[in-house]
Design a protein around this ligand. Structure first.
Ligand SMILES: C[S@@+](CC[C@H](N)C(=O)[O-])C[C@H]1O[C@@H](n2cnc3c(N)ncnc32)[C@H](O)[C@@H]1O
Length: 286
């Protein structure tokens, strides 16, 4: 357990059936995802997607990586725990004319209804890392991927100096401690944990490769201040931290730390946003 990530729903966890689902349905990740489209497409282009593939995007949001995979011709299933994001994804697929892309609700800890060995490629970019039972997640990803297929994960790295890790660290400092037994999503950014989790799912460590990679949050028009405002209003973990900070009278301090973080990491000087963030890219060859 680590305190590097905010608790799912402070003060509310006993009254909500699934705090993991509630956390992501509370906000609207589509607002943040708008800054992630170029990196999502670049990542997909580097994976080697072909029209003959069946691909799963797990924790897909509204399709930052599912859409470019479908554009390359693959048959794509997007699975996400948040109903609002599944609906947003299906709207995007329809608007973009991508009939082979379907989004559905599901939990990465238990992909019930998804047959064994269904997919040539299972991808999860900052998605499955947020599910609360990491060993179950690894087992499910292995189960639904075909022998000879691949799993590709993108995971944020704990204590990394770049944007997302620092945003979550600041947020956790303003949020009450997580419930007993809570496993921080950031533990998926530690190589030994990745090996252990896939190891328990039957994958030898020789089949796992890991490398640091960079995702950039980009907007030509919107400023870092606008970007941070979106996190405060639409990103569950930051919304919870801000609520807790308001209760403890520390909201201004929290907000100024987030703004300072975004401004200090922004590479543009013309009012736009270009904020790079380092992540652990995991490839599992089955
Ligand atoms: C940071 S967002 C990333 C979304 C998307 N992959 C992207 O890059 O735009 C995390 C996503 O994981 C989803 N998620 C969290 N826990 C999940 C779970 N247990 N099962 C499936 N999806 C989950 C959230 O609903 C959210 O869409």
């Amino acid at each position: 357990m680590s305190s590097a990530t905010p608790s799912p729903v402070p003060g509310n966890s006993t009254t909500i059936a699934n705090p993991n689902k509630a956390l992501w349905e509370k906000g609207d990740f589509t607002k943040i995802a708008g800054f992630m489209r170029e990196s999502g497409e670049a990542l997909v282009n580097s994976v080697g997607v072909t029209p003959s593939m069946r691909a799963l995007d797990l924790g897909c949001g509204d399709g930052t990586t599912a859409v470019p995979m479908a554009r390359l011709g693959a048959e794509v299933a997007g699975i996400d725990i948040a109903r609002n994001l599944v609906d947003a994804g299906n709207k995007r697929a329809a608007a973009l004319g991508l009939p082979r892309l379907k989004f559905q609700e599901g939990d990465a800890c238990n992909l019930q209804g998804v047959a064994d060995r269904s997919f040539d490629l299972t991808i999860s970019i900052f998605g499955a890392m947020f599910a609360p039972k990491p060993f179950d997640v690894a087992r499910e990803m292995v189960r639904v991927t075909k022998p000879g297929g691949r799993i590709v994960m993108g995971n944020w790295i704990p204590n990394d100096p770049t944007f997302v890790s620092q945003l979550l660290k600041i947020s956790s400092a303003f949020t009450p401690p997580p419930p007993e037994g809570f496993i921080s999503p950031m533990t998926w950014g530690v190589e030994a944990n990745v090996i252990e989790r896939f190891g328990q799912a039957g994958v030898p460590k020789e089949k796992i490769s890991m490398a640091k990679d960079t995702y950039s949050f980009l907007s030509a028009e919107k400023s870092p201040a606008h970007f941070i405002d979106l996190f405060e209003r639409f990103y569950g973990p930051t919304m919870n931290a801000l609520e807790a900070a308001r209760k403890s009278g520390r909201a201004a301090d929290f907000q100024s730390q987030l703004l300072e973080l975004a401004n200090s990491q922004n590479r543009r000087t013309d009012g736009g946003t270009s904020i790079p963030a380092t992540f652990l890219r995991v490839t599992v060859a089955l």
